[in-house]
Design a binder for this molecule. Structure first.
Ligand SMILES: Cc1ncc(COP(=O)(O)O)c(C=O)c1O
Length: 445
């Protein structure tokens, strides 16, 4: 089937969504509240989600591989988290003063990730990374932040640099050019080139902040020695090494990517999974650095790093959902990670073979339970530029075809994630649907 054929089918199955999108576009710029949630011809509107399935307003069901921006590691509305939330909803969702469950969640995080000597909860990952780099500047008295080209740390102004291809260009009006002058970007997975850049700024380098696996930029695991090399440079030169584990924390392992890759970040950020489907961000790490933000002992404002606001920070609903999620992951570590990692490997291997057999040039990247196909690329895909110069148009068409004809949802062009609610049959279905799409001629059109 041609792409137009899949689009026609999508439109015919999503009439109510089409009407809702029309209304939505009148109240939200672009019809959405998170930019990446728009896709052509218009997104379907969801009114329910259970397990691995999204339900839309037209009565369609989709096996979900987007899983709430990769946050829903146990699936949608898993029983232990749903009941923890329901209990909390009856007992107050925002006290606006300290609560006991936040201490329990923090202690649980600390047990799972002992480098989280102290932490602060906030409501989004964007806040957590903003706080992390502010702490690094506060601690070192330096100004420059190094990040990876294409690295995504959320929409805070400081880190909204070199996110979109071509990465040197301005990120758009409203961001003052000068804001970028203290942010330097390094090429992910090229240690020599990265160190060369860092060498030129080392005297004013406050931190290197990096995702262990590039997520938003295209599901790219680190080359051996790359992250270790950055960490070594930072520590040797008096800068902080900050790992952005907002995606990888509790996904690559219950102890995060830092455990998998043997890293010792000074600070790291968490989010997504540890909120149990509720809004969260966490900045955590070395207690000496975190202590800079202590408003109790540091009564002198000039000595204190200004982080730690947020009406909804550490709200008991998020805390309860996050705690129930981490407790489940701790208790069922082998089953959960054994399963999602195995299914992830099966998906990567199956898709690679299927496209190779069909002589469709592409590379499937990923690790553990995350994966993404890059069309038009047969060589290694190892950084954000490789991803950005792959054929994203074909990827978007493939994802739309999965949605329209086979009830399988990837947010078009974005990395897929397996949850504990997925099963072997889902991956088989993904592979057989992909095979049918290949046979339908979409990739030739
Ligand atoms: C690595 C990384 N850091 C930070 C963020 C920002 O988190 P949030 O969307 O909760 O602000 C994201 C979001 O996808 C992310 O992937």
């Amino acid at each position: 089937m041609s792409y137009d054929g899949y689009v026609r089918r999508y439109r015919s199955r999503t009439k109510k969504s089409s009407k809702l999108y029309f209304r939505s576009a009148k109240v939200f710029p672009g019809g959405i509240s998170h930019n990446i949630r728009f896709f052509e011809p218009y997104p379907f509107f969801v009114n329910g989600a259970r397990g691995r399935t999204l339900h839309d307003v037209d009565g369609n069901n989709y096996t979900d591989y987007w899983m709430g921006h990769w946050a829903m590691i146990l699936g949608h509305s898993p029983a232990p988290i749903a009941s923890a939330l329901a209990r909390q909803a009856k007992n107050g969702t925002l006290y606006g003063v300290v609560n006991d469950v936040s201490v329990e969640l923090a202690e649980t995080i600390q047990k799972m990730m002992p480098r989280a000597e102290m932490m602060r909860f906030c409501s989004t990952g964007s806040e957590a990374t903003m706080y992390a780099v502010r702490l690094a500047r506060g601690k070192t008295g330096r100004r420059v932040i190094a990040k990876a080209i294409g690295g995504w740390h959320g929409f805070n102004t400081t880190l909204m640099q070199t996110v979109n291809y071509p990465f040197e260009a301005e990120e758009g009006p409203g961001l003052v050019q000068d804001e970028g002058q203290y942010v330097e970007s390094i090429p992910f997975n090229n240690l020599d080139a990265s160190l060369k850049v860092l060498e030129t700024i080392k005297d004013d380098l406050a931190c290197v902040i990096i995702e262990p696996v590039l997520g938003g930029a295209g599901c790219i695991p680190p080359a051996e020695g790359y992250l270790e090399g950055l960490q070594e440079f930072a520590k040797k030169n008096g800068a902080l090494f900050i790992l952005d584990e907002i995606v990888t924390g509790f996904r690559l392992s219950p102890r995060g990517a830092q455990h998998v890759y043997g890293l010792e970040p000074d600070l790291f950020t968490l989010g997504k999974i540890c909120g149990g489907g509720m809004p969260i961000g966490v900045v955590c790490g070395d207690k000496d650095v975190m202590a800079l933000s202590d408003p109790v002992s540091k009564t002198d404002k000039d000595a204190r790093c200004a982080i730690g606001g947020g009406t909804f920070s550490a709200n008991p609903a998020t805390m309860a959902a996050g705690l129930a999620t981490l407790q489940f992951l701790k208790k069922n570590e082998r089953q959960v990670y054994g399963k999602i990692d195995r299914l992830g490997a099966t998906a990567r291997k199956g898709l690679s073979k299927l496209f190779a057999d069909a002589k469709i040039p592409c590379t499937v990247t990923g690790t553990n339970s995350v994966f993404l196909t890059h069309f038009g690329k047969e060589a290694l895909v190892e950084n954000a530029t490789d991803v950005a110069t792959s054929d994203k148009g074909v990827l978007a068409k493939y994802h739309l075809a999965l949605m329209a004809q086979h009830g399988i949802f990837f947010l078009p062009t974005k990395m897929g994630a397996i949850s504990y609610a997925h099963g072997e049959q889902d991956v088989k279905n993904l592979l057989s649907a992909t095979e049918k799409i290949v046979q339908s001629g979409l990739f030739k059109a």
